[in-house]
Design a protein around this ligand. Structure first.
Ligand SMILES: [Zn+2]
Length: 131
């Protein structure tokens, strides 16, 4: 091959349209589903915290009832956050089903892949999130 032909081929390859970010939906789907599974099992494991705090604290050892109530309040807050996250995941899964995943809900542009990687449940691009 002549040198000029090679450079020509090289520049033709360079001038190909850059392939826009291709979101691996399956990968995000699995990631979201796994996270949901994890959250559900954590909620299940923590279910004992929902039991009313007993007046008789003998079997809790040195914890006072006030301590136990505070521990319970924190557990309730953790659970609330887990349910909130689950809800976010369900919304993201729905968007995958509707083929809308990865599009900004505000402006319709593609959400940056790096942003989705960090926050797979995000529904807005960085520009719209900052407004
Ligand atoms: Zn946007």
């Amino acid at each position: 091959m002549h040198v000029d032909e090679r450079t020509d081929k090289f520049f033709r390859l360079l001038s190909r349209p850059i392939i826009m970010q291709k979101i691996d939906i399956d990968c995000f789907f699995k990631k979201l589903q796994n996270h949901a599974k994890e959250l559900k099992s954590k909620i299940y494991d923590a279910r004992d915290f929902r039991k009313p705090v007993a007046l008789d604290q003998q079997n809790i050892g040195r914890l006072t009832r006030a301590d136990a109530l505070q521990v319970q309040a924190m557990a309730v807050e953790v659970e609330r956050r887990r349910y909130f996250e689950l809800e976010q995941i369900n919304r993201a899964l729905k968007r995958i089903a509707l083929d809308e995943y990865g599009q900004c809900l505000s402006c319709g542009e593609d959400i940056d892949l790096a942003r989705l990687d960090i926050i797979p449940t995000t529904m807005t691009c960085i520009q719209c999130a900052e407004v």
